[in-house]
Design a binder for this molecule. Sequence first.
Ligand code: 0O2
Length: 219
Amino acid sequence: KRIEAGGTMVNHWDLFLAPYKQAVEELKVKLRGIRAQFEMIEAHSPIEFVTGRVKPIASILDKAQKKNIPLDRLEEEMQDIAGLRIMCQFVDDIKTVVELLRQRNDFTIVEERDYITQKKESGYRSYHIVIRYPVQTIRGEKQILAEIQIRTLAMNFWATIEHSLNYKYSGRFPEDIKARLQRAAEAAYRLDEEMSKIRFEIQEAQAAFSRKQEAKGEG
Ligand code: 0O2
């Protein structure tokens, strides 16, 4: 549907999603800035990398139908139209990132969901923070909701694979696939545990490697 905005006909979805797109772009820069600051002082960064996306229209419509959200209530009730993902090397880094996000004053935290101490039935683990983020527009400030998912590389690997299988099977996994995904979730959990135990050694090796690269002028 096209609607009138400032004398021009604009696609309704383009207009609705514009502040979400802006928020995702801004938040990617801001969150990547955290990593850059740790690198600057040559300290271990609790953030490995950051991704962001605006939920595709088809997924918004799907989720609205599944969760019975009327389309005129999307702004208030769909928390992940703007989505950011922060990947960490170690489980302990997640706590550090959460603390850093709690201290910021460029957004407010609306809700936190800890699927790490309390994993989902599927085996999914991740820490979710829902924020209210002010976007500056030519018509003044617009507050939008965004979801930040914080997870380790192992949690991300599992979630990415499970998500694509979920899409393939529309959530109705054959029993053998379901069992394998459960075992894979346990393996990812054990991998995180093992990495945490040798964290100190890994970090020392990484620091030595970047010192060497720097000396070679490749840093
Ligand atoms: P997409 O495609 O990732 O954008 P609900 O959707 O009811 O489970 P709710 O209330 O929306 O939950 O919030 P929740 O559970 O905090 O966050 C939902 C998002 O978390 C999902 O978004 C996924 O990104 C991720 N997620 C939650 N559970 C799982 C899971 O079992 N497996 C995987 N791979 N990801 C999960 P969407 O909307 O599903 O879509």
